[in-house]
Design a protein around this ligand. Structure first.
Ligand code: 2AM
Length: 172
């Protein structure tokens, strides 16, 4: 397909429903004030696979191959706050369930088969709550958040706009 020169910044994610979003907001409140760059309520999510900038005309193909992925539903357990020194983000995260790892591996393989090039960062389940956190904070222990995952989503990041959910797929 001819490349138009336009790019879309994309990632696959678990997108919270209202109830889980409320719980994420409540956990974020336990560490409030860590930086001025609090992730807005409407953007809270858990990235499965970051694709970054991809040719605009690949979006249909990406959705097509994502539709063929079969995955079992799983429960995410988010039970700790943490901080990544490189990215300087503070997050709520937890262990990676085998079904989540399988989904990420299937998505990665499918995107590679399409010939897409993207960062191969390892999957560490986390929801970023604050950006530009300069040093590791002393975190409290959050109450455990259980997040049942029955679907995953393709999200577009557009500068100065809320993340856009392009499409969701159910898992069984
Ligand atoms: P972060 O929250 O840990 O920064 C949209 O930017 C989403 O993609 C965020 O969840 C972000 O993770 C993630 N992301 C951005 N760049 C990435 C990269 N190079 N590798 C993996 N995930 C990335």
């Amino acid at each position: 397909m001819k490349h138009t020169g336009d790019y879309r910044r994309l990632f696959f994610a678990c997108w919270p429903d209202q109830a889980v979003r409320r719980e994420l907001i409540e956990r974020r409140g336990l560490i409030q004030g860590l930086s001025r760059r609090q992730v807005p309520d409407h953007n809270l999510h858990l990235t499965l696979l970051f694709l970054g900038n991809q040719p605009a005309e690949s979006v249909d193909e990406i959705q097509g191959v994502a539709s063929e992925i079969s995955c079992q539903s799983f429960d995410l357990v988010l039970d700790r706050f943490g901080w990544f020194p490189g990215a300087r983000v503070a997050w709520l995260g937890g262990p990676a369930p085998p079904a989540a790892l399988a989904l990420v591996a299937d998505l990665t393989a499918a995107m590679h088969r399409l010939g897409l090039i993207f960062d191969g960062r390892a999957f560490h389940p986390h929801v970023t709550l604050f950006r530009q956190v300069a040093a590791r904070p002393a975190f409290p222990q959050p109450p455990q958040l259980d997040w049942p995952i029955h679907e995953f989503a393709l999200i577009e990041s557009i500068p100065s706009a809320p993340y856009q959910v392009l499409r969701k797929w159910c898992v069984v």
